[in-house]
Design a protein around this ligand. Structure first.
Ligand code: FE
Length: 340
């Protein structure tokens, strides 16, 4: 008698499950959203899997560097399958807008959740995580009281002490574009010339190489994105490196974003919007920020513990579209200043 019960229960739950499965399949048959992403597969995959689990919408990703992705979107035009472009740096997103491969969207959720300076005023792109490009110093050589801000690193007191990454990297083009937006071109050029005069070494090809040299004492101070420091300290916590938050009495830390946009010819527009709004929610925000040791754009999520330990900071709230608008000017300025 007893063994009938489990059996009957089993049959019932099986048909129940089948019923659910059928409903899900009919609701979401072929439901997809296609993302072109320059962000690492290992970072975005768990996030998209969580979205798929919650919504039943499958996220198909194609990852590449931003240059080829933009070219591909342009070449594919209306025939393209991509719904969302995901990339880093407002400079790149601004470029995508100029190329008309992304289009504006209307989302009260995104406009409410994402701070105004981290999104395009024309609603084409939105920031989903914050990257702080700040000052890092060698703790054996510098006391934080000696530091002040980005412009101060142009002062002759930092002669032969400054380390910079190449001006070819969009991160530095955006940083200088924002300096132009803030101080005007003449003053920004003075700052960059001062930096070049203070260089301790030729420019580095990556933030990580710069940080390794800084830890070895090849210089005293450098400008980097904090997540590179986070990664390096995870492997080598003993390194004599610390974060300094510049210009806290003034305009604040230069921030940039990783962001996303709706492509110009999406095939699954509603799903794409749903994914973008979900990315601004607490779960995705925590995953996005913590996965690469960046900062969330909303206060509903927290960064990784190691990142929280660096302390809170005031960020520069100039709209990041300036990083794109002034990019060409920034490149010319860096060239004139001899910043290679
Ligand atoms: Fe990076």
């Amino acid at each position: 008698m007893n063994h009938f019960f489990p059996l009957r229960f089993g049959v019932k739950s099986l048909s129940f499950l089948l019923c659910i499965a059928t409903t899900l399949t009919s609701l979401h048959a072929g439901e997809q959203v296609v993302v072109y992403s320059s962000r690492n597969e290992h970072l975005i995959k768990p996030i998209f899997e969580a979205f798929q689990q919650e919504t039943g919408i499958e996220v198909v990703t194609h990852t590449d560097k931003e240059g080829p992705l933009l070219q591909r979107l342009k070449a594919e035009g209306r025939r393209g399958q991509a719904d969302i472009l995901m990339t880093v740096d407002a400079g790149n997103l601004w470029q995508a807008k100029q190329m008309k491969v992304i289009k504006p969207i209307q989302s009260e959720v995104l406009d409410a959740k994402i701070p105004a300076h981290l999104r395009d005023p024309d609603h084409t792109w939105y920031g989903f995580s914050i990257r702080a490009r700040t000052i890092v110093y060698n703790t054996n050589k510098v006391k934080p009281e000696q530091l002040k801000g980005y412009a101060d690193l142009a002062d002759p007191k930092w002669k032969d002490q400054l380390l910079l990454r190449t001006s070819k990297k969009v991160y530095n083009q955006s940083l200088v574009a924002m300096l132009i937006a803030e101080h005007g071109e003449a003053q920004a050029q003075k700052i960059v010339e001062g930096w070049v005069d203070n260089l301790a070494q030729p420019v580095y090809s990556s933030d990580t190489k710069l940080l390794e040299a800084l830890a070895e004492g090849a210089g005293s101070v450098g400008i980097v994105n904090t997540y590179y420091l986070g990664r390096l300290l995870k492997k080598h916590p003993e390194l004599p490196l610390a974060v300094y938050w510049p210009d806290q009495d003034g305009s604040g830390v230069h921030v940039n974003i990783s962001g996303a946009a709706l492509t110009a010819h999406p095939k699954h527009e509603a799903n794409a919007l749903r994914l973008m709004e979900w990315l601004a929610g607490p779960k995705a925000q925590a995953m996005l920020a913590q996965g690469n040791m960046e900062y969330p754009v909303t206060d509903e999520a927290k960064p990784a513990d190691e990142v929280v330990a660096w302390g809170a900071f005031k960020q520069n709230t100039l709209n990041l579209s300036k990083a794109g608008e002034l990019q060409a000017e920034a490149i010319r300025l860096m060239d004139r200043a001899g910043y290679r």
